[in-house]
Design a protein around this ligand. Structure first.
Ligand code: G1P
Length: 274
């Protein structure tokens, strides 16, 4: 059984790049064909053996709670019809997982969002999944890959991928020593560096396994890039003690925080399903 039982889903952001569709709807509910991004995230966590799904939400995000609930009217409406199968996976998640919610009162960065989730997580290692990084894998999902590495190494682990120079300033970038193919011991991390100052081109994507000491570190971490509390800065503190690994994950990521990435993901899934 996996040591990672809980996954935190930071979901308080406004999704302004997608306005007007995100005016009254959470960006996490944007669909890849007919399934919302957040459900893909929860499915990936469940496939990694995780049973506790913890959401950090904000105002205007109630649709997330409704999605992972039973809608009795709808159930009655489709019972016995061929449409019932469309809800099977969602129902299974609702029955087999536990969902909890807290609100991030101010939007002060990903580090602050993760700290806001501390009461839902407690003092065990946990995963973090950013639903707008949509990942497709052939075998184990990205979180399952990280959970397996965690069971061997017992330290924080981030998923990384190589990005072109023009995209370096959009991500947390790591520096590290490759210990085995694809696995790095992280020596430095910088949030959204200028490409000229970046320690490399390995970008952190929205999949993390974190040890719970990260909460105390986050409490002591001053605002960084964009005056926000950055998880990258807190991880850098762990990395100085040699306690962070980076894994060049197997699979493909679509940046569904951008319209271009979101369209590409939809086209990819649609053409693979059709
Ligand atoms: C966040 C993190 C960044 C990471 C990225 C992955 O940035 O701060 O380090 O590389 O997620 O998607 P955001 O995209 O929220 O600005």
């Amino acid at each position: 059984m996996s040591a990672i039982r809980k996954c935190l889903f930071p979901a308080a952001g406004y999704g302004t790049r997608f306005l007007p569709v995100t005016k009254a709807m959470p960006k996490e509910m944007l669909p890849i064909v007919n399934k919302p991004l957040i459900q893909y995230g929860v499915e990936e966590a469940a496939r990694a053996g995780i049973t506790d799904m913890a959401f950090v939400t904000g105002r205007g995000k109630r649709a997330l709670e409704d999605h992972f609930d039973i809608s009795y009217e709808l159930e009655r409406e489709i019972a016995g019809s061929e449409r019932e199968s469309l809800l099977a996976e969602t129902r299974r998640l609702v029955r087999e997982c536990h969902f909890s919610y807290t609100r991030q009162l101010e939007v002060r960065g990903l580090g602050h969002a993760i700290l806001s989730g501390e009461t839902l997580i407690g003092d065990k290692p946990f995963a973090v999944l950013l639903a707008d990084d949509f990942c497709v894998t052939e075998d184990a999902g990205v979180l399952a890959q990280l959970a397996e590495l965690y069971s061997e190494h017992n330290c924080s682990i981030v998923a990384v991928e190589e990005v072109p120079p023009a995209e370096i300033s959009s991500y947390g970038i790591i520096d590290g020593e490759e210990r085995s193919p694809g696995l790095y011991r992280v020596t430095d991390m910088v949030e959204k560096p200028d490409p000229a100052d970046a320690p490399g081109n390995l970008a952190v994507i929205g999949r993390y396994v974190l040890t719970p000491d990260i909460f105390d570190i986050l409490r002591r971490t001053p605002p960084g890039r964009n005056s926000e509390i950055q998880i990258t800065d807190a991880l850098k503190t762990q990395a100085r003690k040699g306690r962070v690994l980076a894994w060049r994950f197997r699979g493909r990521r679509f940046d569904c925080g951008s319209i271009a990435g979101f369209m590409a993901a939809n086209n990819f899934v649609w053409s693979n399903e059709a």
